[in-house]
Design a binder for this molecule. Structure first.
Ligand code: ISL
Ligand code: CA
Length: 535
């Protein structure tokens, strides 16, 4: 099959926060349909839709209770089919989130499993406790033990995420059969592939105790195991290869060599992966312990992945990460300049770029002041753990404020109307008050807006084989300045990025193709938060 997805620019939609059509305060599918022209106008050609399946929403849809049905809050199956068709009519394909490491505890499989139903008991991991405690010492992604005791049978079940997200047992071949059917069900409806949630941890080789380590005890028993590779090859061979589609894996804790094994062209597994290393450059060990953002560390990691992998899934934001302009840029004085410069980074690297809703208008981290505004189950778990550890209140809040996933989940800011035009009702999570300043309506017709800059860059990229297919070569990895070259069939472009509020001298010449300062020629200087492409 041709690799059309290498030429794609992807737009991620987090449905709950995108556009509410019926005033219940929750974004929905008709809301998305009403904004398809906006998405088309941006120039992207693929939408990644975060989960819209039926779910009790313990983890906002990443806990699925029916893979073949739509969450009524989001609409109906007819709405979903209409979305696929309407997007298709605009030349936009849709990929869906495939969450198969776990289901909701309200999924009928788990309900029956919990009751001891012989056919379903083994769909999940059930074990007896040890010395009154859990079966092993594993800890979960959202903090605390990865096991939950079930009073009905006295046995414990494994959950690497929230306790309402029990892990599926891939030692049982029937589970994989179910997954294949689910994938076919959606591919037959015309979707173009999947973003595969935590796809490199689905196979647990053993349930032995983990080595003592600070976080995620037990991970050596389930990270990128041979059994996991085997599953991915089976899914490719028996399902995906029969359709014109692609997969992007969300792969946690991967090194470049692990990533190559998961998405190398010769491996027959995934097409590309989201790696995390660049997102970990401003933290110690876990994301809750931040350290100062040092651009050089970030450039080094990006460079490394660009060189070590033939094809990357590039991203600076998603529904789990704080906003990039607040994190890697300057959301104060240089808000506009730095948002544009980050756009240039994202859209000039080698690989498929992923833009997260709101990134294209420079949305910032939330302006919440207390836990009452926070909705995310992860943040609440962590806050509770921090309380148990007697961390002072100001410190607990500072952890949440800088790192909470809700930073990315505030409503999309459409206009200056109440709640940023997201809803006529009261939103499930508050809008950032800066919607009066940062919104689509204001930026749409302004040729100098962040939004217009995104459109210009996307257009430039589509017209430039060098940007789409060229090799990547770092020319300078400075403390604040990053310069790299892209080359295709002898044609070269250089990208120069200044991650600082100071003007810097550089000895480079060339015609400016595009700059966030809109000047004609490069004059040996690069301005605060400037990004330039020269050819
Ligand atoms: O944000 C994180 C927790 O600190 C990440 O480690 C995240 O949990 C991890 O990347 C897995 O994320 C995916 O699966 C989760 C879901 O909560 C996330 O929204 C999803 O992107 C469980 O399905
Ligand atoms: Ca709604």
């Amino acid at each position: 099959m041709d690799r059309w997805w290498q030429d794609a620019v992807v737009y991620q939609i987090y449905p709950r926060s995108f556009k509410d059509s019926n005033g219940d305060g929750i974004g929905d599918i008709p809301g998305i349909i009403s904004k398809l022209d906006y998405i088309k106008d941006l120039g992207v050609n693929v939408i990644w839709l975060s989960p819209v399946y039926k779910s009790p929403n313990d983890d906002n849809g990443y806990d699925i209770s029916d893979y073949r049905d739509i969450n009524p809050e989001f609409g109906t199956m007819e709405d979903m089919e209409r979305l696929i068709a309407e997007a298709g009519r605009r030349g936009i394909r849709i990929i869906m989130d495939l969450v198969i490491n776990h289901t909701s505890d309200e999924h009928p499989w788990f309900v029956k499993s919990r009751q001891g139903h012989p056919e379903y008991r083994d769909y999940y991991y059930w074990r007896k406790g040890k010395n009154g405690g859990p079966p092993n010492n594993w800890t979960g992604f959202f903090g605390g033990s990865a096991w939950e005791k079930d009073e009905q049978t006295g046995e414990w079940y494994l959950h690497l995420f929230s306790k309402k997200q029990p892990d599926l047992n891939y030692h049982n071949p029937r589970v994989l059969e179910e997954v294949k059917d689910i994938m076919r069900f959606w591919l037959d409806k015309g979707i173009a592939g999947f973003r595969c949630d935590v796809i490199n941890i689905i196979y647990k080789t053993s349930l032995e105790d983990g080595k003592s380590r600070l976080i995620l005890k037990g991970i050596e028993h389930y990270l990128s195991q041979e059994g996991n590779h085997k599953i991915l090859r089976t899914l490719r061979e028996e399902v995906l290869s029969k359709y014109d589609c692609f997969t992007v894996g969300e792969t946690v804790f991967v090194t470049p060599s692990m990533a190559r094994d998961l998405c190398g062209a010769d491996r027959g597994e995934l097409d590309m992966v989201f790696s995390f290393e660049h997102m970990e450059t401003d933290q110690f060990i876990v994301k809750w312990f931040k350290r100062r953002f040092r651009p050089k560390r970030f450039f080094r990691v990006i460079s490394k992945w660009q060189r070590e992998l033939d094809w990357n899934a590039n991203y600076l934001e998603n529904h789990d990460q704080p906003r990039s302009v607040s994190r890697f840029g300057d959301d104060g004085r240089f808000w506009e300049k730095s948002a544009k410069m980050l756009a240039m980074l994202l859209l000039t690297l080698r690989g498929t770029p992923y833009i997260y809703q709101g990134q294209e208008i420079g949305m910032t981290n939330f302006d919440f002041v207390s836990m009452q505004d926070i909705r995310d189950v992860e943040s609440h778990n962590i806050y509770k753990i921090a309380c148990d550890l007697h961390f002072p209140k100001w410190f607990r809040w500072s952890l949440i404020k800088r790192t909470s996933r809700d930073n990315a989940r505030t409503p999309m800011q459409w206009d200056t109307g109440e709640h940023g035009g997201f809803t006529d009702g009261s939103p499930w999570i508050n809008a950032n008050h800066n919607y009066t300043r940062i919104n689509v309506a204001d930026q749409k017709n302004d040729p100098n807006s962040v939004l217009s800059f995104y459109k210009d860059l996307i257009r430039l990229r589509s017209a430039s084989p060098v940007l789409r297919k060229g090799t990547f070569k770092p020319l300078k990895i400075g403390r604040k300045v990053f310069i790299y070259e892209r080359e295709y069939l002898g044609r070269k472009l250089k990208v120069i990025l200044n991650f600082s509020p100071r003007t810097r001298k550089i000895d480079m010449q060339g015609n400016v193709l595009i700059s966030n300062y809109k000047r004609g020629v490069l004059d040996g200087k690069i301005y605060p938060w400037e990004g330039v492409i020269i050819g």
